[in-house]
Design a protein around this ligand. Sequence first.
Ligand SMILES: *[C@@H]1O[C@H](CO)[C@@H](O)[C@H](O)[C@H]1NC(C)=O
Length: 287
Amino acid sequence: MGAFLKILILSISVAYIAVKWTGPSFDPASLKGAKVLVTGASSGIGEQMAYHYARFGAQIVITARREKVLQQVTEKCLSLGAQKALFIPADMSSESEPDKVIDFAVKKLGGLDYLVLNHIGVTRFAMWNGDVDHVRWLMKPNFFSYIQMAWRALPTLEQSKGSLVIVSSIAGKMSNPFAAPYTATKAALNGFFGSLTHELAMKKSNVSVSLCTLGFIDTESALNAVKGIITAPAYPASEASLNIIITGATRQPELFYPWFTYFMNLIKDWSPSLTNHLIRNSVNYNP
Ligand SMILES: *[C@@H]1O[C@H](CO)[C@@H](O)[C@H](O)[C@H]1NC(C)=O
């Protein structure tokens, strides 16, 4: 794919986003002093979200497994303008640690305005080999910890009229080869938080839920995982992160990034055979 085409697609997506944002307008000042917890923040999209929140002057707690890296990200957040930046190392496949992270953030920040759930467990990008135990395990970080943390934080978010931001994937809307376990966990997230969104609305809850559907993003872990298999262009993590933050801040129920994931999702049920053809041709596979 030529650089020109890449730039063209990028500019169209920027234009699309610009038009879209003329709807509910984003006020950067609304994030000044906002109390934010971001998970999976040691690298990739989570790290970039931490930096954006920092630039907006938020108070941030970040979490991931690696303490050393969290410390470095925290320091950078402070230098970028975060009012507060704290970290807590945690393993999201544990049954107890997700709750501890919520309690830590609520205690240290004196409440919570944004719970941004973004972490994922490590999984291979390969055809499924029958390893049920791996799927059982991956559900813990990618799904069970999400619903556990959302429920734990809900009373605090009710008080602050806060927002729950779920980072999901186009894989949660349509299936892709080489990622069956991951796809299953993201579909579970979409299903669960879709139901929760209804129930909160019916209860006239103060809490907004934003479900973010991301395409192929240029994080180190994603690029490494699909190396040699997917050659499509990856979209910048920094822009994806900013989109997620704005979606949460403007209390939008959904985000599609890059923009064409919205159309992929629309087309999949109208034309399954075209969609399947495109999906299977987007990966290199020579048995
Ligand atoms: C919503 O927020 C108000 C405070 O502004 C609070 O009194 C009310 O209890 C909250 N609703 C719920 C369901 O907690």
